[in-house]
Design a protein around this ligand. Structure first.
Ligand SMILES: Cc1cc2nc3c(=O)[nH]c(=O)nc-3n(C[C@H](O)[C@H](O)[C@H](O)COP(=O)(O)OP(=O)(O)OC[C@H]3O[C@@H](n4cnc5c(N)ncnc54)[C@H](O)[C@@H]3O)c2cc1C
Length: 490
């Protein structure tokens, strides 16, 4: 008899999990509340400008490739992407500019010439970043942290042996500041804490595995924008036989005698052999199974940062900008104190400008650009967002105009805005956090919810709010962990 599985939510992890379960023999149905699949990977179309609403940095494409290989399908019939060079352009307030080239030797050379830090030191840092990744990936990213087998396999033993190399007892900032003498470089490498919504002054130095992904593997961009990722995966899933039901909000997980039995949608009950929730874990407990005992310690862990994004159609083309551009704040520590202690936005935030039309020409009219202008903001705890948006808009415009020596305000042709409230309401993401729990604590990996329920049989969880965490690559790992757990239990 064919077993039936249901996935609640078609975020990137939900789609990937559906693909994996269908491949191992389940008949999978995905219920998605929105009219589209992809969750945070959405599109904003404003007149002639197209924007990726959510993620803009695509790393580890091999995890997408793996899904097509598993399904025995030719990825080139579904999805195409390119490697970016340069990876990022960094602008500092003293008008200096640093280019992170794809070739790490060239990047190291650029740093030596412009910041006076020996290129060997940079290359050594990236080598250590790769080593840390190799040690952590098998233990912390690719398996459930909540199963004894994880701790007993050979790769885990290698991890214990090399524990010292993980640098868990220093913060990312302490490690960077003791490695590099130039504060601009410390700021550059501290910024990687924000890739999972954390604070470099609190997150352990272990998280400096992230530069490895960009510099040793590469930064990429899909040929048709970030949204092409969920679109290609949805097509793959559909071709495999997965059934997507859009505009359909699951109201409850049906649980009988400590076993997940299916879902309730409106008045209708639908029965399945197993249930996977891709809904944010806090909301899964609060909305879908309110009577279930809640793991309070895990659900109340501090959440990651959220974002305020202006999507500006700009009626000019800027030769000196690339796809990814960072305009650094003068005082990074103050910026993070605002985000995590005062839960406010500083008057000099670091501004990230992503311009996909640099590589996807059809995203903006000729001689124009689609600017995705983002700052990190605290997650939503009822701040006066309308005032924050008005103030931040002024500060961002002043900063970009100062750095680019051009009055940006007069170049804005179209404008859309996303803030923590809309991120929360569109994807049910608790407090509008981009990456689930923050990693501002060395035990954070152990304080994320497991990928399965310890109390309810046949109930699993994937996505950015559970193990191993947020961001596209980790969400894809969560889907793999769930499918492996299910496969091993059959
Ligand atoms: C502005 C922004 C920038 C980001 N930048 C990056 C980046 O550059 N690189 C990167 O890797 N990551 C980035 N991220 C993080 C990344 O987007 C997320 O970690 C990832 O997309 C989360 O995927 P998910 O599978 O957890 O599901 P989500 O994207 O959170 O989607 C969950 C889905 O479930 C649906 N759903 C929820 N509840 C129900 C229900 N009861 N019934 C039916 N459907 C339901 C929702 O409608 C939604 O579609 C960014 C996020 C944002 C918002």
């Amino acid at each position: 008899m064919i077993m039936k599985a249901v996935v609640i939510g078609a975020g990137i992890a939900g789609i990937a999990c559906a693909i994996r379960l269908q491949i191992i023999g389940y008949q999978v149905t995905v219920y998605e509340n929105s009219a589209y699949t992809g969750g945070k990977l959405a599109v904003i179309q404003d007149k002639n400008y197209r924007f990726d609403a959510g993620p803009s940095l695509f790393t580890m494409p091999e995890l997408i490739e793996e899904l097509f290989a598993l399904a025995n399908k030719n990825i080139s019939e579904y999805f195409d992407y390119q490697q970016l060079d340069p990876i990022t352009k960094y602008f500092y307030e003293d008008q200096s500019v640093l280019i992170a080239h794809k070739d790490k030797n060239k990047f190291a050379q650029e740093i030596e010439e412009k910041l006076g830090e020996k290129s060997e030191k940079i290359l050594d840092y990236l080598k250590k970043s790769a080593e840390k990744y190799e040690i952590t990936a098998d233990l912390f990213l690719k398996r459930s942290l909540h199963k004894a087998e994880t701790y007993l396999n050979k790769k885990a033993l290698k991890g214990y042996w090399n524990f010292r190399k993980l640098d868990v007892f220093r913060t990312m900032h302490q490690a960077n500041a003791s490695t590099f003498s130039n504060p601009k470089l410390v700021q550059l490498f501290d910024r990687y804490a924000t890739y999972n919504g954390s604070d470099p002054h609190q997150t352990p130095a272990t998280l400096s595995i992230i530069p490895h992904l960009e510099f040793n593997i590469g930064a990429f961009y899909p040929k048709k924008g970030m949204v092409a990722i969920p679109q290609a995966l949805t097509k793959l899933a559909t071709d495999l036989g997965v059934n997507f039901v859009l505009n359909s909000q699951v109201d409850q997980i049906l649980i009988e005698k400590k076993q997940a039995k299916g879902v309730l949608i409106g008045e209708n009950k639908f029965f399945y052999d197993l249930v996977v929730s891709n809904m944010d874990i806090v909301n899964t407990y609060q909305k879908l199974m309110p009577l279930q005992k809640k793991p309070q310690k895990i659900l109340t862990q501090p959440k990651s940062t959220s974002a305020l994004i202006f999507y500006w159609g700009i009626k000019k083309s800027f030769e000196n900008l690339d796809v990814h551009n960072i305009f650094f704040s003068k005082d990074y520590q103050t910026e993070f104190q605002h985000l995590f202690e005062q839960r406010k936005v500083s008057s000099d935030p670091t501004v990230y400008v992503c311009i996909s039309s640099k590589v996807c020409a059809e995203d903006a009219p000729e001689n124009c650009e689609n600017w995705f202008v983002m700052i990190n903001v605290p997650n939503n705890s009822g701040q006066d967002w309308d005032k924050i948006i008005t103030d931040a808009r002024e500060h961002i415009l002043a900063k970009l105009s100062r750095n680019l020596q051009e009055n940006i305000k007069y170049l804005i042709e179209t404008e859309s805005i996303l803030d923590p409230r809309s991120i929360e309401s569109r994807t049910f993401s608790s407090q509008g956090a981009l990456y689930g729990n923050s990693s501002n604590n060395r035990y954070a990996a152990f304080l994320r919810h497991a990928n399965f329920s310890a109390d309810v049989k046949n109930l699993y969880f994937c996505g950015g709010s559970v193990h191993p965490g947020g961001g596209i690559p980790l969400c894809l790992y969560s889907a793999k962990i769930v499918a492996d757990l299910i496969k091993n239990q059959r």
